[in-house]
Write a protein that binds this ligand. Structure first.
Ligand SMILES: NC(=O)c1ccc[n+]([C@@H]2O[C@H](COP(=O)([O-])OP(=O)(O)OC[C@H]3O[C@@H](n4cnc5c(N)ncnc54)[C@H](O)[C@@H]3O)[C@@H](O)[C@H]2O)c1
Length: 325
């Protein structure tokens, strides 16, 4: 058997982690021939619940789970890890604006950024805990790990867009490709239907109902998280977990030719985004494991309006946490 992949999961006693951890341990993510070592980070009040999660993991007797450990110290939890899934933070409750979370959750990512210096040289860091783009910015600015090893999650928004487009067009979700989600994981994000494809054809040609695309699809994707909170009383967990695992896997394998994934990565100035901002772009992962922002996509003036609004939102989030950068 190969050497284990060491995966850190923060917020390991939380809802999203509960859907992530068992899939990682079972071989469903990295394959049944690939051992996985899980390293959990939690805060002391949640350690009891984490103990129960670890009992359940033992009781699953997964052959691919080569070991596990738990700590309330990020330096221990991140020691030697190849993948770090930063999920832990306080979730947004009913009626709470995402921006309010910035000051609560931001400081967590200062310490975790520093602690990531203990990770393996090939570590890839995914930030899920909200506000994930800005938390990712804080973590990377406080870390010696190169910026290109950090990303934040737009994949749930990509998956939501794909799902809604597939239902509307009456096609399997696998027929929907090339969905970019520009900007922030917030209700100002812009899920880009203009450049998306269904069975290789432009979405605007297949669906043809521009009013539905602009006035239903876009707001429904933007507000889907709030709709789930309203319906179930807590934020999306299984779908967020699934998206997080999709994201991790996508950064470990080349993106199919001509396609892209939605991920928030550090801007190098593409599309006029301030260099250094962690911004949702169309991203292509190359065969050597590096990635690039897909350039040259066109946006209509209407779409550019959405883009500029979410860019401004991320600038404001950055300005709120300058003391943490
Ligand atoms: N980016 C996305 O698409 C997306 C989607 C859904 C949820 N989220 C976010 O993911 C986060 C987790 O959601 P959840 O539903 O699992 O929440 P949860 O409250 O069920 O779990 C969060 C866990 O994080 C732990 N935690 C808090 N501070 C910590 C710290 N400093 N270090 C380690 N662990 C810490 C808590 O003890 C808790 O167990 C929230 O911020 C939520 O808003 C992001």
């Amino acid at each position: 058997m190969a050497d284990p992949i060491r995966v850190a999961v923060t917020g390991a006693a939380g809802q999203i982690a509960y859907s992530v951890i068992f899939r990682l341990a079972s071989g469903a993510v990295f394959g049944r021939e690939q051992p996985v070592h899980l390293s959990f980070l939690e805060i002391p009040p949640a350690m009891k619940v984490l103990e129960a999660v670890m009992m359940e993991l033992e009781d699953c007797a997964f052959p691919t789970l080569s070991g596990m450990s738990a700590s309330d110290q990020p330096e221990n939890a991140f020691d030697g890890v190849n993948v770090a899934m930063l999920i832990g933070s306080r979730p947004r409750g009913a009626g709470m604006e995402r921006a309010e979370l910035i000051r609560v959750n931001g400081p967590i990512f200062v310490g975790q950024g520093k602690a990531l210096n203990r990770a393996a040289a090939d570590v890839r860091v995914l930030v899920v805990g909200n506000p994930c783009n800005t938390n990712c910015l804080i973590a990377q600015r406080n870390s010696d790990v190169p910026n290109e090893r950090f990303s934040a999650m737009m994949r749930l928004d990509q998956n939501r867009t794909k799902g809604m487009l597939a239902i509307k067009a009456g096609v399997p979700v696998s027929a929907v490709t090339n969905v970019a989600v520009w900007g922030n994981h917030s209700n100002n994000q812009y899920p880009d239907f203009e450049n998306a494809r269904i069975a290789g054809r432009p979405v605007t040609e297949v669906i043809g109902d521009e009013a539905w695309l602009r006035d239903r699809l876009v707001p429904d994707v933007q507000n889907r998280g709030a709709a789930v909170i309203k319906a179930r009383g807590s934020s999306s967990a299984a779908s967020a977990a699934s998206a997080a695992l999709d994201h991790v896997l996508s950064f470990r394998q080349p993106t199919p030719d001509g396609e892209w994934i939605a991920a928030a990565v550090t801007s190098a100035g593409q599309y006029g985004v301030d260099p250094g901002l962690v911004f949702g772009f169309p991203v292509r992962v190359k065969a050597d494991g590096s990635w690039e922002v897909v350039e040259g996509l066109s946006l209509s003036p209407w779409a550019r309006g959405k883009f500029d609004k979410v860019l401004e939102e991320l600038r404001q989030e950055r300005d709120v946490v300058t003391d943490l950068l």
